[in-house]
Design a protein around this ligand. Structure first.
Ligand SMILES: [Zn+2]
Length: 462
C-alpha cells in the first residue's frame, strides 16, 4: 500500500515537473532582492491559492512573507521556501560570463530553484492528502530575505513556527547531499563614531576625527583575531569614512559581521568588539554607538530527519539531466577554476568516475560532516525551534563557486530546474512520511528536544 502511494507521489511529481520549471524560470526572471520579492511571492502565492491553499499573512510589516496552508489538524508539516536574489549577479542563460544587465540582481544562490521545488512538493503533497483523505496540515512557508539572514528571523519573532511539528527544505548546490552538519551563527553590528569637524589644514587641532576612531577600532579588532576561537571569524567594511580629506570627519561608521559555531560564541565576540569600540572612542575623544543589523542561529541538524532524507534521495537518485542540460554543463564546466574543482572533489571524496559532463552522477553516500559550514542561514533559527531536515541537490556543475555567475547561468538554463524537480520528489516523499508515520515524527521531535538540552530559542530581533 505504502509502495503504491510512494509511486503515486513520484508520478504526480513527474506531472508537476513543468510547473516547477515554469516557477524556476519566473523567479529567475524576476530576480528580486531581499524584502523586495513582490512579484516572486505573488507568483507563488497565486499558484498555491488557485490550488486550494489558504493564504495567511507572514511576518508583520513584511509583505513578501506569507504562509499557505492545506488540510486541518495535526501533524503540521512545514515546507520552507526562499526566493530572493543577490545584487549585481545578473547573468545571461549562457555558459559564458556575461551579465544580462550590468549591475542588476541575479539568482547566484539558486533560490529560484529552491522556491520552485518547494512549490512543486506542496502541490504534490496536497493532491496526495486529498486522494488519501489524510488528516494533518501542510504549511508552505514563503520566506523572503534569506541572503540578508532576516526573513525567517522576522517570522520567528512573530512565532510563525511555533505550531509546526517539523519542517523540510533544500538548497541548490553542485553536490547532492544531506545536511548533517552545523552552519555558523551570525551577528551584524554597525559602530558609528561621532567627533568634531574642523578644517584639516587650518585648525586640525580643533577636530576630533570619527574616521580615526573607525581605523583604530579596526586595528584593535585585527589584534583580537589571534585571541578568538579558530572556529570564529569576523569581517568588516567601512560604510562611512567622511566626505573629503580636507575636513576632519565628524561622523564615520564601520559594519562588522561576526560568525561562530554558536550564538554564545558570537555574542562573546560582540562584547569584546564593543570594548574595542569604546577604547577607540576614548583614544580619539569621540562618542560611539552600536546598532544591530542582523543575526541568526547556527543550523542544528536532526539525524532522524537526515536519515529520512538520505533514504528518499537514494530512491530518487540524481536529477534527470536532458541532453541539452549536458551540453550546457560541459561548456560551463570547462570554465570552473581548477582550485575550486579540486577543493570540492577532495572534501566530498569524488573521483573521476563520479562525474559525467561536470555533473555528479549520484548522491553523496552517508552524511557529509566536513567541518562546520562557513556560511550562515536563517534556517538555523527555525532549526532551534522545531526539527528541520534539509539537503542539497546538484543544480550546477561541480566546483561552481557559491554566489557566482555559474549558479545564475545554471539555474536559468535548465540545470536548476532539473535539480528542483528531483528535490521536489524528495520533499514530497519525506513530507508524506512525516504526515503519516507518527513514530517517525515522535523520534524526530524527541531528538530535537534532546539536542536542545534545555536551551531556548531567543530571537535575535525583538
Ligand atoms: Zn542560498
Amino acid at each position: 500500500m505504502r509502495d503504491r502511494i510512494k509511486q503515486d507521489i513520484l508520478n504526480m511529481a513527474d506531472s508537476t515537473a513543468p510547473v516547477i520549471e515554469a516557477a524556476n524560470d519566473a523567479l529567475w526572471e524576476f530576480a528580486e532582492l531581499a524584502l523586495e520579492e513582490n512579484r516572486s511571492s505573488a507568483y507563488l502565492r497565486g499558484i498555491l491559492e488557485k490550488n486550494g491553499f489558504r493564504i495567511l499573512p507572514g511576518a508583520e510589516g513584511v509583505p513578501t512573507s506569507f504562509i499557505a496552508e492545506y488540510g486541518a489538524g495535526s501533524p503540521v508539516i512545514g515546507l520552507i521556501a526562499e526566493y530572493d536574489a543577490l545584487p549585481g549577479m545578473s547573468q545571461e542563460k549562457s555558459p559564458v560570463c556575461r551579465p544580462r544587465q550590468e549591475g542588476a540582481p541575479g539568482h547566484a544562490c539558486g533560490h529560484c530553484a529552491l522556491g520552485a521545488a518547494v512549490l512543486g512538493a506542496a502541490l504534490v503533497l496536497k493532491d496526495c492528502m486529498a486522494r488519501q483523505e489524510l488528516p494533518g496540515t501542510i504549511r508552505f512557508y514563503g520566506c523572503p530575505a534569506e541572503e540578508t539572514v532576516e526573513g525567517k528571523v522576522l517570522m520567528s519573532r512573530d512565532h510563525l513556527f511555533d505550531s509546526c511539528d517539523a519542517a523540510l527544505s533544500w538548497h541548490p548546490n553542485d553536490i547532492s547531499y544531506v545536511w548533517a552538519r552545523k552552519s555558523v551563527a551570525l551577528t551584524g553590528m554597525r559602530y558609528t563614531f561621532h567627533g568634531t569637524s574642523a578644517h584639516a589644514g587650518l585648525d586640525p587641532w580643533n577636530g576630533r576625527s570619527a574616521l580615526d576612531a573607525v581605523e583604530l577600532m579596526n586595528v584593535g579588532a585585527n589584534y583580537l583575531r589571534e585571541h578568538i576561537q579558530p572556529s570564529c571569524r569576523f569581517h568588516y567594511t567601512i560604510t562611512d569614512g567622511g566626505r573629503a580629506p580636507n575636513t576632519v570627519p565628524d561622523r564615520a561608521q564601520v559594519w562588522y559581521a561576526m560568525r561562530g559555531p554558536s550564538r554564545q560564541a558570537v555574542e562573546e565576540i560582540r562584547q569584546r568588539l564593543g570594548k574595542i569600540a569604546r577604547g577607540a572612542a576614548l583614544m580619539t575623544e569621540t562618542d560611539w554607538e552600536e546598532t544591530y543589523v542582523s543575526g541568526c542561529y547556527d543550523f542544528m541538524p536532526n539525524m532522524a530527519m537526515a536519515q529520512l532524507l538520505l533514504d528518499k534521495m537514494r530512491e530518487v537518485g540524481a536529477p534527470r539531466w536532458t541532453p541539452e542540460d549536458r551540453t550546457f554543463a560541459r561548456a560551463l564546466f570547462s570554465q570552473i577554476p581548477q582550485r575550486y574543482l579540486d577543493e570540492t572533489c577532495s572534501s566530498f571524496g569524488l573521483g573521476e568516475g563520479d562525474l559525467t559532463d561536470g555533473l555528479v552522477n549520484g548522491i553523496y553516500d552517508g552524511y557529509y560532516r566536513g567541518g562546520s559550514l562557513g556560511a550562515s542561514t536563517d534556517l538555523g533559527d527555525v532549526s532551534w525551534q522545531i526539527p528541520v531536515g534539509c539537503f542539497s541537490y546538484a543544480s550546477t556543475v561541480v566546483g561552481s563557486p557559491g554566489h557566482s555567475w555559474f549558479y545564475t547561468a545554471a539555474c536559468g538554463a535548465g540545470l536548476g530546474a532539473r535539480g528542483a524537480q528531483a528535490a521536489a520528489k524528495v520533499l514530497a516523499l519525506a513530507g508524506y512520511e512525516l504526515l503519516t508515520d507518527s513514530q517517525l515524527l515522535r523520534d524526530v521531535k524527541e531528538e530535537h528536544i534532546k539536542a536542545l538540552s534545555g536551551a531556548r530559542y531567543n530571537c535575535p530581533i525583538q
